[in-house]
Write a protein that binds this ligand. Structure first.
Ligand SMILES: [Zn+2]
Length: 436
């Protein structure tokens, strides 16, 4: 098989999502290490109790009861009861809340609850005014099968006193402290799949959930076939336009087609990390039709998902290299060619070495391409088993020495698994690149 051209039509993801703070600032679409503690941190927290209140905490208790009622309505499928917790004078807010209710009803919702911290933030405007309170609220939502535990999101809700009680008066997405995963909030969605693989798209999307599910299943079958490994956990594919992940951009400002990440749960009030909630491939809704026509990117991301157990102790060239390698199968670099003279020149000028962690993302296109070349050199010469053994050694050594991205242990690992110097792997990869 020949590649028609390099670069590819679909730019890859080069930025990470907010919860993976350990790896923020380093390019590369990777699956988060479960040890990477999410930053569910608080924004602009002020501790101003409502003036004139006898018990400054009573209002927080009242808001907690409203949210408890909301959770019961969601779990019981009672739309009227749910909307009774929303300001009845704000029709726009009610429409949005109704969409969220309906979305959670088409999802396999198994648990939902809210934590309310007794800390007030600056309240957002409420239609018609009134005494308002914006506590720190953490929403916990668990979907049956695909989540091991509820996924926790900071939500920006302002409550307002109406007719002696409290109701939701405003909810907005905070661009600075975006929810880690909340595809049910926003536009209406449709779903397809089962507890092992659940797919969501916008309701009126050009590529619907059923079609995307079919494509993802066949891409996943091809990936597990090449890797001879089955995924350890269920997967959610989110191609909705909801949530912060749609605007992931790479260094050159292009939109990303898809990104893989792990979601996390937190304690009720968001202070403590409790563990992994689930695996997600977030597809940019603008690229879904391209994704289903040409599933290289899908296979790339699904490779990250299947190999997510190796964590983030592996150098980016190792994890991205195998994702590229599997994504292009059965094509190889050995039988590909380049049409882009500029890229050819950059390959010639490129320093022959494995990409160190701090330099990953400097030239995204060439970084991914050379990572693929290093992977192809190792896999075609020594087999896939050795490559996975290398990934496992990076994982184990990385953990015991508390390093990420193989910092400082590359030489050691390559010698132990392959009896090769880093330099030899670099030269092997560059031979493939220069043959393009
Ligand atoms: Zn990747």
């Amino acid at each position: 098989m020949r590649r028609s051209s390099v670069p590819r039509p679909l730019p890859r993801v080069l930025a990470l999502l907010l919860p993976l703070t350990l790896v923020v600032g380093t390019a590369g679409c990777t699956v988060g290490d479960p040890l990477a503690k999410p930053d569910l941190g608080k924004a602009e927290v002020t501790t101003t109790a409502a003036p004139g209140e006898k018990d400054p905490y009573a209002e927080f208790g009242a808001v907690q009861r409203v949210l408890d009622e909301r959770a019961r309505a969601l779990l019981g499928g009672d739309r009227k009861r749910f909307l009774a917790t929303v300001d009845r004078d704000n029709s726009k807010l009610r429409r949005r809340q109704a969409a969220m209710f309906d979305n959670l009803q088409v999802l396999p919702l198994t648990n939902v609850y809210y934590g309310v911290e007794r800390t007030a933030l600056l309240a957002d405007p409420v239609r018609g005014g009134g005494h308002a309170l914006r506590p720190v609220v953490v929403e916990h939502v668990q979907l049956r099968g695909v989540h091991q535990r509820p996924v926790s999101n900071d939500v920006t809700m302002t409550f307002v006193q109406r007719r002696g009680g409290w109701v939701l008066g405003n909810e907005r997405e905070d661009p600075l402290f975006a929810a880690q995963f909340r595809p049910w909030y926003g536009t209406r969605i449709e779903t397809a799949g089962d507890a092992a693989l659940l797919v969501m798209t916008d309701e009126d999307a050009e590529v619907g959930a059923d079609e995307l599910l079919g494509q993802t299943r066949s891409a996943l079958a091809s990936v597990t076939g090449v890797l001879d490994q089955e995924p350890a956990a269920p997967l959610l594919v989110d191609a909705t336009s909801n949530g912060a992940a749609t605007e992931v951009s790479n260094a050159s400002g292009e939109d990303a087609a898809a990104v893989s990440f792990t979601t996390f749960g937190s304690s009720r009030l968001g202070g403590d990390y409790t563990g992994v909630a689930g695996a997600v491939v977030k597809a940019n809704p603008d690229y879904v039709s391209q994704l289903v026509e040409d599933d290289e990117t899908l296979r790339h991301e699904l490779t990250h998902y299947v190999l997510s157990g190796y964590g983030n102790s592996n150098p980016q060239w190792v994890t991205e290299g195998i994702a590229e390698y599997v994504g292009y199968r059965p094509g190889t670099l050995a039988d590909s060619y380049i049409e882009d003279a500029g890229l050819e020149r950059r390959i010639d000028e490129r320093e022959v070495r494995l990409i160190p962690p701090g330099r990953w993302g400097d030239d995204p296109e060439l970084d991914y391409l050379s990572a693929e070349a290093f992977a192809e050199f190792l896999i075609s010469g020594y087999g896939l088993d050795d490559y996975l053994e290398m990934m496992d050694l990076f994982r184990r050594m990385g953990r015991s020495r508390s390093v990420v991205y193989g910092e400082g242990i590359v030489d050691d690992v390559l010698r132990r698994v392959y009896d090769l110097e880093a330099d030899q792997v670099a030269r092997g990869g560059f031979e493939l690149l220069r043959g393009l």
